[in-house]
Design a binder for this molecule. Structure first.
Ligand code: SAM
Length: 250
C-alpha cells in the first residue's frame, strides 16, 4: 500500500504520519544521511548560524525527532561565555515517542542531560503555556502536520514577545533544469534507498510525496505572516531543495 495522502481524509493523516515515523525511527538518522548525502547537516548548521544561540535562551524544537537541532543549539550556546546568564535550555517536542526514544541514546545529548527535556506532543496543540520560549524551531516537520496554520498559530502562542520562529523544510528548486534532476532523484532513488536500507519503500515514498504537496517558498511565507509573525523572510538552501523561513513575534 502507498502512503499517498491525496485521497486520505484529514482525520486519518495524523495516524498515517505516526505509522510512517514509527516505522522509520530506528533507521532515521542513517537514512537522513543516505538520502541527502549528509546535506541536511549543512542546512541545520545554516539554521544554527542564523539563530546564533545564546546562554539564557529557551528553545522549543517542535517535531524535533532524535534531536539534531536541539542538541546543536545547546552545543553552540554552551560555547559562549555565560556572563551571568543561565545555561540555555531546550525541549524536544515530537508526536512520536519512538523517534524521541531513538534519540535518547545519543552520546552527544549526554552533556546536556540537565537542560534538555523531551515531551510527547502535537505541533497543533503544544502542551506548554503561552509565552514560554525565546526560540521555536521546526525542522522537516511542518509538512507532516495536518493543519499547518494551527501549528503556526501555536508557534506564535508559545513564543515570548520578541521570540523568533524558524522553520527548515524541503522546498522548490529554483531553476527548471535542476528541478527535473531533483524530481528524477526523489521519485526513483529515495524510495529505492528506503527499500535497500530500511526495507520500507512506502514510508520513503510518502516522504517524497509530502514534499511535493508542501507550499513553495513565497506561499509559505504568507502563511507564517497570517499566523501573526513580523519581518518574515526566507533563504533558499542548495538551490531551493530546502528553505529556511524565519519570523519574529513582536
Ligand atoms: N527535526 C528532526 C530532524 O530534522 O532531524 C526530525 C524530522 S522528521 C523528518 C519529522 C518529525 O516530525 C518526526 O519525528 C515526526 O514524528 C514528527 N511529527 C509529525 N507530525 C507531528 C506533529 N503533528 N506534531 C509534532 N511532531 C510531529
Amino acid at each position: 500500500a502507498s502512503f499517498g495522502f491525496q485521497d486520505v481524509p484529514a482525520g486519518e493523516k495524523a495516524g498515517m504520519v505516526r505509522a510512517v515515523f514509527d516505522s522509520v525511527a530506528d533507521n532515521y538518522d542513517v537514512m537522513n544521511d543516505a538520502m541527502s548525502g549528509g546535506i541536511h547537516r549543512v542546512w541545520k548548521s545554516v539554521l544554527l548560524d542564523r539563530l546564533n544561540p545564546q546562554p539564557g535562551q529557551r528553545l522549543i524544537d517542535v517535531a524535533g525527532g532524535t534531536g539534531d537541532i536541539a542538541i546543536a543549539f545547546l552545543k553552540r550556546a554552551a560555547a559562549r561565555p555565560l556572563r551571568g546568564r543561565a545555561e540555555a535550555s531546550a525541549v524536544i517536542c515530537d508526536i512520536n515517542h519512538a523517534m524521541m526514544k531513538a534519540g535518547q541514546s545519543r552520546d552527544d545529548a549526554r552533556p546536556f542531560a540537565n537542560v534538555l527535556t523531551r515531551t510527547c506532543g502535537d505541533a497543533q496543540n503544544l502542551p506548554f503555556p503561552d509565552r514560554s520560549f525565546d526560540v521555536y524551531t521546526i525542522g522537516f516537520g511542518i509538512r507532516n502536520v495536518t493543519d499547518m496554520d494551527a501549528a503556526l498559530t501555536e508557534a506564535w502562542r508559545v513564543l515570548k514577545p520578541g521570540g523568533r520562529f524558524t522553520c527548515l523544510e524541503f522546498s522548490r528548486p529554483v531553476t527548471e533544469g535542476f528541478s527535473q534532476v531533483y524530481d528524477a532523484y526523489s521519485f526513483n532513488v529515495i524510495p529505492w534507498l528506503g527499500e535497500m536500507i530500511a526495507r520500507d519503500r512506502d514510508s520513503y515514498q510518502y516522504l517524497v510525496e509530502s514534499i511535493r504537496r508542501f507550499p513553495p517558498q513565497g506561499a509559505f511565507k504568507l502563511r507564517i505572516e497570517d499566523a501573526g509573525f513580523s519581518r518574515v523572510s526566507y533563504e533558499n538552501l542548495s538551490g531551493g531543495i530546502a528553505a529556511l523561513h524565519t519570523g519574529w513575534k513582536t
